[in-house]
Design a binder for this molecule. Structure first.
Ligand code: MN
Length: 276
C-alpha cells in the first residue's frame, strides 16, 4: 500500500508529526465501514492544499510522515500492534471509536497521568451494548476505567441514553453542545482545566448529519464543519495535546467526512509544527 497522506515525507527520520491508520470497525454498534476510512482520508487529503490559509503555514515545511496502517484484523491485534509504539505527536485515523481504548492504554504507559478529551455527539458511556463491552458505544466508559472519571472531558454532546446520563452526570465533565452554543468556543476551551497531558479523540459524528452523514451513527443537530475545525484548533493551541485520533468516518455513505478529517489532520499538523 503506497497511498500516503498528502505531503508526507518519504522517510520517517526527520518527521515531527506522524500519521497512523487503524482500519478496524468490528466494534461498530450501528453500521460498519469505518475500516475503509484511513485510505479514504488519505485520498481526500490529496484534493486539499497543503498551505493552511488560516495560519499561512505551508505544512510540508513542518515534516510529517504517514506510517501507513497497523495490523488490525481483530480487536486483540489492534492492542498488540500498538504495544510499545511511541504515539506522541501522532494523528491516528480510525476505525470505529473503540480504537481509542488501546491507544489510551498505550499512552498511559508512556505518560502516566493522562486526560482524555472526547469531541463527540454521543457520550459512549454505556456499560455494554448488545452484550459487547468493547462496542464503540462503551468506549468512554472503558477509558474512564483506565484514566479515572476525573480525567475524562466530553465536548459537543447532544445525545445519550438516560442511563448513560445518570451514570456520568456527577462524575464526568460534559461540555455539551448547548453550552458551546450559549457560551462560545473560547469559553468551552478554557473550561478544559486538566493539568495532565491530553489525548484528544475526535469522533467525526460530532458533525451535524447535514455535513456528516458519512459516519457510523449520524446525529441531527450536531456541530458545523467550521465549529469543529475551530474547536479542535483551539484545543490544540491552548492545551498540551500529545496525540489525537479521528474516528467513525464511514466512506460507504459518502466522501464528505473524509475531506473534513483530512482538513482536521492538517490543522493538527499546522498547530503542532515548529512554525507555531
Ligand atoms: Mn459518536
Amino acid at each position: 500500500m503506497n497511498l500516503k497522506f498528502t505531503g508526507s515525507l518519504s522517510e520517517p527520520e526527520f518527521a515531527e508529526v506522524g500519521i497512523i491508520g487503524i482500519p478496524f470497525d468490528e466494534n461498530a454498534s450501528f453500521r460498519r465501514g469505518s475500516g475503509f476510512a484511513p485510505n479514504s482520508i488519505r485520498m481526500a487529503s490529496h484534493e486539499l492544499e497543503t498551505f493552511l490559509w488560516n495560519r499561512k503555514i505551508e505544512l510540508t515545511d513542518i515534516g510529517y510522515y504517514d506510517y501507513g496502517d497497523i495490523a488490525a484484523g481483530s480487536y486483540d491485534e489492534v492492542f498488540k500492534s500498538l504495544e510499545g509504539l511511541n504515539l506522541s505527536r501522532n494523528i491516528i485515523l480510525g476505525g470505529d471509536h473503540s480504537i481509542s481504548l488501546p491507544i489510551v492504554k498505550q499512552l498511559r504507559d508512556e505518560y502516566g497521568d493522562l486526560a482524555v478529551v472526547s469531541i463527540d455527539s454521543h457520550t459512549d458511556f454505556r456499560d455494554d451494548y448488545c452484550g459487547n463491552r468493547f462496542s464503540n458505544a462503551c468506549v468512554m466508559r472503558r477509558i474512564s476505567e483506565v484514566i479515572g472519571t476525573d480525567n475524562l472531558i466530553e465536548i459537543g454532546i447532544c445525545s445519550s441514553s438516560e442511563d448513560e446520563y445518570l451514570d456520568m452526570k456527577d462524575s464526568v465533565k460534559v461540555l455539551d453542545l448547548e453550552m458551546m452554543r450559549k457560551d462560545g468556543l473560547e469559553e468551552i476551551v478554557s473550561r478544559i482545566d486538566s493539568t495532565c497531558e491530553i489525548y484528544l479523540s475526535v469522533d467525526i459524528d460530532s458533525l451535524d448529519l447535514a455535513s456528516g452523514y458519512a459516519v457510523g451513527n449520524p446525529e441531527p443537530d450536531g456541530m458545523s464543519i467550521s465549529e469543529l475545525i475551530r474547536l479542535v484548533g483551539g484545543i490544540v493551541d491552548g492545551k498540551d495535546v500529545v496525540a489525537c485520533d479521528i474516528v467513525e468516518v464511514n466512506p460507504l455513505f459518502g466522501k464528505e467526512t473524509s475531506f473534513v478529517s483530512a482538513r482536521i489532520a492538517m490543522e493538527l499538523i499546522g498547530r503542532w509544527g515548529r512554525f507555531n
